[in-house]
Design a protein around this ligand. Structure first.
Ligand SMILES: Cc1cc2nc3c(=O)[nH]c(=O)nc-3n(C[C@H](O)[C@H](O)[C@H](O)COP(=O)(O)O)c2cc1C
Length: 388
């Protein structure tokens, strides 16, 4: 291992436990200006395009200014947040807890020891490039981590920007600067923060060489049956997960859109479906011909996950999975495939040309991707139209 003067475990811990803090801000404890300036010095080490330091920070300390800022924050949307938080309190709404925190912040923003506003000189040119923002956001995050390292906390907020012009007037921010976010800063009540659960792991959102190509095995290269390379496709659907689930859980539906899968039959057609249920899938491919596969359900969680494997338990030929995620206004549908490690139709070609295994798999990934994209596009059309 290369020499390194840093403690990776400690740095990873700081990065992973710098949480959005709203309910554990200590409103009673003073925050010294110097500690804020120290954190800004740390943050200013973050990179900028062309090495031009164009960030400007404003710290609100004056009580009357905080009071006015709170009025603007409420008008900018926080009043709605308070109402919505009350409406969903105690329900199983996925954002119920987060909204309680946002409500608490809105109610107490005038009591926070320091309100820090991050700005950057310039205005976005609308070119579609990140422009401007890619020289400022990394400093905002460094500021949050530097606070965490000193026992302080904050949360990145941008809702107040609905009243950016009024805030600019309040704080004498000149034209030509862009406000990026507001950090309410305080010492935290306790410092025991934990990493949060993120829904998707790196393997599921990281693609190799082509968008959508995943790896499932421990070794990454070359592409081989043993290394379980795969495919992930996804689409956002303007329909509730319950509606999308109806299509996703129908094993015959993909046949309407796939160029290869032609249908399936449950082994026990009358039985309830669950993990361990089995069916036979029928396929037809211009080069491979027709073939059937034995399939076993591996995941079955209504409105969330439907997965199955082909072939044996220990050594599946492939793993397939639909994942549904609730997002505001609908559902994000992911369709995932992992090829191997067991034998499947692909092995005929690989046995004949073993040195071409990576190429054969890559070609197969492209074919699968086209079919899987067609399937999720079909589900989107059906769910959004409400058809059957
Ligand atoms: C761009 C951006 C804007 C945000 N705006 C607000 C906001 O206006 N009000 C608020 O209370 N939280 C805001 N947040 C905080 C997120 O809600 C918070 O990061 C999220 O709940 C996840 O919590 P975590 O940071 O602990 O992972 C914002 C976060 C980001 C990245």
């Amino acid at each position: 291992m290369a020499e390194n003067d840093l403690d990776a475990a400690m740095i990873d811990r700081a990065l992973m436990t710098t949480r959005g803090v709203r309910r554990r801000l200590d409103l009673e404890r003073e925050v010294d200006d110097q500690v804020l300036l120290d954190c800004i010095d740390v943050a200013e080490q973050a990179p900028t395009g062309g090495n031009n330091g164009s960030r400007r920070w404003i710290i609100i300390r004056d009580q009357a200014t905080k009071d006015r800022f709170q009025e603007l924050y409420l008008e900018a949307g926080a009043s709605w947040v308070i109402e919505a938080a009350d409406r969903i309190e105690g329900t199983d709404h996925p954002n119920a807890s987060m909204m309680q925190g946002a409500k608490r912040l809105a109610e107490n923003i005038d009591q926070v020891p320091a309100i820090v506003i991050l700005t950057v000189i310039g205005e976005h040119d609308g070119s579609g490039r990140p422009g401007l923002f890619d020289s400022v956001i990394q400093a905002g995050w460094s500021f949050q981590v530097a606070l965490r390292a000193r026992g302080l906390g904050t949360v990145w907020t941008s809702m107040y920007l609905n009243k950016a012009a009024e805030v600019a007037e309040l704080l004498d921010i000149p034209d030509g600067l862009t406000q990026v976010c507001m950090f309410p800063v305080a010492y935290t009540i306790g410092t025991d923060f934990s990493p949060t659960k993120r829904r998707l792991a790196a393997r599921e959102i990281t693609y190799f060489d082509r968008f959508g190509r995943t790896i499932g095995g421990r070794r990454t290269q070359p592409a081989s049956m043993a290394n379980m390379h795969g495919v992930a496709v996804e689409v956002d659907i303007k329909a509730h997960p319950s509606k999308v689930w109806k299509y996703v859980s129908d094993i015959n539906l993909p046949a309407r859109f796939s160029g290869e899968f032609v249908g399936a039959d449950w082994d026990d057609p009358g039985a309830d479906v669950g993990v361990g249920s089995t069916f036979i899938g029928h396929n037809d491919h211009s080069a491979i011909g027709q073939w059937d596969v034995d399939v076993t359900v591996t995941h079955y969680e209504e409105e969330q996950r439907f997965g199955w494997r082909t072939g044996g338990d220990e050594n599946p030929g492939a793993l397939w999975r639909f994942e549904l995620e609730y997002i505001p206004g609908g559902t994000r549908l992911r369709y995932l495939l992992q090829i191997g490690p067991g034998r499947s139709g692909l092995n005929q070609a690989i046995d004949a040309m073993p040195d071409k295994e990576p190429r054969i798999i890559a070609r197969r990934q492209s074919e699968h991707m086209a079919n899987m994209r067609a399937v999720i596009a079909g589900i989107k059309d059906l769910a959004e139209a409400g058809g059957s």
